[in-house]
Design a protein around this ligand. Structure first.
Ligand SMILES: CC(C)(COP(=O)(O)OP(=O)(O)OC[C@H]1O[C@@H](n2cnc3c(N)ncnc32)[C@H](O)[C@@H]1OP(=O)(O)O)[C@@H](O)C(=O)NCCC(=O)NCCS
Length: 161
């Protein structure tokens, strides 16, 4: 797959997950994120109540990203962005994050938040390149020893006349 340029990635929002697609997304998520992947109970909720995006090369889903709204404030929260292991390091993570950022409504929200493990070199590099900056350290965020950095990226805001 290394000869496929990142420009061929097509990003699509999914609002309904039929059973085979739901099962595939659960598998893909686990292959990239392990136990922290969203499961068959949460993915349909995000699809219908939040934003669920997939990045595709032709018919193949190579990665996904989920976004929810933080009800306290003007922030969005990026949950569980991943690229399937066999498609990593080809620019697709960067491509998916860029397109998803462009799809978000600039008028309503001020920041896009994400948490990442301090040991996740790939995630840190990806988010740093995309303009995210560390704003907090969240010890034991997901249980004992599962520390996270909270990163934020300002959203562009309404276009100036
Ligand atoms: C993080 C992730 C989405 C990156 O996807 P990707 O398609 O491999 O990333 P890209 O090819 O677009 O590379 C983006 C940047 O990250 C860097 N990068 C990618 N994998 C890396 C790794 N394993 N170690 C160090 N840097 C890495 C790339 O070099 C690139 O930076 P550069 O342009 O300065 O070279 C992917 O590794 C993944 O799905 N990981 C598991 C899930 C995860 O950690 N998600 C993020 C936290 S929720």
């Amino acid at each position: 797959m290394s000869d496929i340029p990142a420009g061929q990635l097509v990003v699509r929002r999914l609002t309904h997950l039929e059973p085979a697609l739901l099962a595939a997304l659960v598998d893909y998520g686990r292959s990239a994120l392990g136990e922290s992947a969203l499961d068959e109970w949460m993915l349909p909720v995000i699809a219908s109540c939040g934003l669920l995006y997939v990045g595709r090369l032709g018919d193949e889903i190579v990665g996904s990203a989920e976004i929810i709204r933080c009800l306290d404030g003007d922030d969005l929260y990026l949950e569980g962005l991943y690229i399937r292991p066999e498609f990593q390091r080809q620019g697709f993570g960067n491509g998916l994050l860029t397109v998803v950022g462009e799809l978000l409504s600039p008028d309503e929200f001020k920041r896009l938040l994400v948490t990442v493990s301090p040991e996740n070199e790939a995630g840190l590099r990806l988010y740093e390149k995309a303009g995210f900056r560390e704003i907090d350290y969240l010890p034991d965020r997901f249980g004992p020893g599962r520390h996270r950095l909270l990163l934020a990226k300002p959203l562009p805001g309404p276009a100036q006349a």
